[in-house]
Design a protein around this ligand. Structure first.
Ligand code: 5GP
Ligand code: ZN
Length: 137
């Protein structure tokens, strides 16, 4: 057992309903699903957040996400599917091993995403964009 529950699942030291595995990724059902079929796709190596993921994992990870998402939609007859990633506690991350939630959705299933707001002015929106562009530079 390690101090990371998802590393333990990768190692097979704790059980999981595994649905897909590649050289560097694993997918298994979330133990507390938002909807039946809710799955998690993770890197097999321990990387805590989005920013710790090696970019060279990108293709394999995207392919795993697409394949698993397609299979979940087919198996659950889902009308749609959310891909979600929480990073840090403020965003709801409870397990510090990067993971993508795949959540099948049905028309009219009653789930709502976060409430959306508005910028106080067009200038406020532009200055927020400028701050992010500056952070990228
Ligand atoms: P987070 O809030 O970190 O984005 O999501 C962590 C997810 O991991 C939660 O949805 C939670 O239900 C799931 N989870 C936590 N422990 C286990 C476990 O031992 N096995 C499985 N399959 N899922 C887990
Ligand atoms: Zn881990």
């Amino acid at each position: 057992m390690s101090n990371c529950i998802f590393c333990d699942i990768v190692q097979g030291t704790i059980p999981a309903a595994v649905i897909h595995s590649t050289a560097n990724t694993l997918a298994f059902l979330d133990i507390a699903p938002v909807r039946p079929g809710h799955a998690l796709v993770i890197p097999k190596a321990h990387h805590p957040t989005l920013w710790d993921l090696p970019p060279e994992l990108g293709n394999e990870l995207l392919e795993a996400l697409q394949n698993v998402a397609k299979a979940i939609r087919k198996a659950t007859q889902a009308d749609g599917l959310n891909v979600m990633m929480n990073n840090y506690r403020a965003a709801g991350q409870l397990v510090d091993h990067a993971h993508f939630h795949l959540i099948p959705r049905q028309e009219g299933d009653g789930l709502h995403l976060w409430p959306q707001g508005a910028y106080p002015s067009p200038e406020a929106m532009q200055s927020t964009a400028a701050a992010i562009r500056a952070a990228l530079a």
